[in-house]
Design a protein around this ligand. Sequence first.
Ligand SMILES: Cc1ncc(COP(=O)(O)O)c(C=O)c1O
Length: 426
Amino acid sequence: MNRPRSAELFARAKRVLPGGVSSPVRAFRAVGGCPVFFASGQGAYVTDVDGRDYLDFVGSWGPLILGHAHPEVVEVVQRTAADGMTFGAPHRNEIELAERITTICPGAEVVRFTSSGTEATMSAIRLARGVTGRNRIVKFAGCYHGHSDGLLVEAGSGAATFGQPSSLGVPADIAALTTVLPLDDEAAFRDLMARNGEQIAAVILEPMPANHGLLLQRRAWLTALREETRRCGALLIFDEVISGFRIALGGAAELYEIEPDLSTFGKIIGGGMPVGAFAGPAAHFAQLAPDGGIYHAGTLSGNPVAMAAGAATLEVLERDRVHEQLELLGARLEAGMQELVQRFPIGFERQGSVFWIRFGSGPAPRRADQVGDGDGAHGRFFHACLEQGVYLAPSAYEVGFLSQAHREQDVDEALAVFANALARVF
Ligand SMILES: Cc1ncc(COP(=O)(O)O)c(C=O)c1O
């Protein structure tokens, strides 16, 4: 399809931005073609620079649970910015957002703000290392925690492996401190903890892994992690950058009724502005600077405008009982998708307003190594949807998001587009 203005901007971008983008998946390498440059977004819709409208299921990769340009969020951003964008000094807005987070999230007594999810997980790991006096960490294959060195490590095979860097530029010595295990494997986890548990500072995971497809976990498995980490004195970190305030107001910790030692947040708590946070017991955070010797800082941490956008978003989520609306909408999408799952070799997974259309049949995967590549079907599906005005994530491994702004008729329209696109793909 012809998008001359996007094509022109992409050519220009490639001259000054590596790959033409500021974050790799935006470059459309997994689906081919030219990325769409957007000019505006309103509710559930985005408009590109060529004037075409799309029903948006990306929602900026998760933050926009209220949809684009929610009037209350926009209003508070404008009002706050007019009073000064940043002071690099304490501000009442960070207290207000922290009070909301600590009231809502299990185990979050205090909160330290960052400017991204990457910084939140990186700093939570440092806190865990400082608190325990241990160096090694455990992560799970398929879980993404941002791009800091020690977390940009994946498993080789299903067996326990010492980390291999997933990126050039990550020193092997740093990756070697990260052990990668398969998800959903109690035996492998218990075995590692029995052998090395007293060396492990932290076990970090996405309690609802949503970066390698949607790998919904068993509560019994999450409970095993909770028990074993406690037994060994390692801190359990729930990375709730996606799941926080999304799959329940109190995130996965509330949904699964499991209290982690530390939680990390991002996306929704910034209401579309760049924000992250890590949270947990006051006793641990007493060891963080300035009270303690574990360092963390940030020029724009707790930025007043971002804090206001986040607080306004959480206010609407609570006040309007948005999660109940989103569950109904998600169930409607799921019911429609079940028909398509019967007709085409696809799967559909969902938790609340997070969904994943999977290319390949068989039972729902719980581990990264159970996810197939779909033989390029996703790329064809993606473009067939885009042509019909539905914007999905340009990667087979990324999930879709519903927002409060999506209406029942949007879901029904999307289902018709999906059916049409699948008929073209298969
Ligand atoms: C679970 C999870 N953790 C951490 C991050 C990193 O957040 P950011 O992209 O804000 O650095 C992401 C980003 O998608 C994520 O999904």
